[in-house]
Design a protein around this ligand. Sequence first.
Ligand SMILES: [Zn+2]
Length: 220
Amino acid sequence: MKHRMLAGFFSLICGALAGVAHADIKEPPMMTREAWGAKPANIANMLKHDGPYKGIVVHNTATPQAAWKHKTTKQKLQDIQFGHQKNPHLFRKDMIKVQGKWGDFAYHYYIDIDGQIAAARDPQYQGDSGTYYDMSGQLLVVLEGNFDKDPTNAKQLASLDAIVAWLASKHGLSADQITGHRQNFRVGTTKTVSTQCPGANLEKYLPELRRKTAAALQSK
Ligand SMILES: [Zn+2]
């Protein structure tokens, strides 16, 4: 009885603080790197975030969903990591000096066509990109598909809502710090490649994602 009273007391306090403190939103279920058979990261070729997290950047894989129908999620993740670890660093002077290739899967989190989330790159390291933009402090979430052609589906979007709310809550980010890749893209080097990422159909969902994230942060 005493415990129940105490619990009630603390929930009252937490309720009172809800408008100020960031919500305690639970981590969504996630496939681990071990579960999908990730190769070790080459951390010598990776940069740590040099300050607090600044935002969440949403991407698409740009591979049409139909092209990958025959592969399991595990295979897709392994294939992407294999490809990424062969990519040269084109946009970071410090990396070009050592002619290093990307150390790991470019993105921190992956969402497959059925909404299964997988842990990809260790979030304490900055992501990688084939375009030039500042990735320090950014958490990268990628959805499987080419959303200039593929429609988004409810399972993928529900998982995106869940992981973004959790990351925002965990790292003290606000809804307006959620962006799409294209928004971050900068013209700044001769090797610049433009991008349509995260694709029109996913990009048009971002305002709703921000509203849902703000609501999730408020309500807990
Ligand atoms: Zn992207």
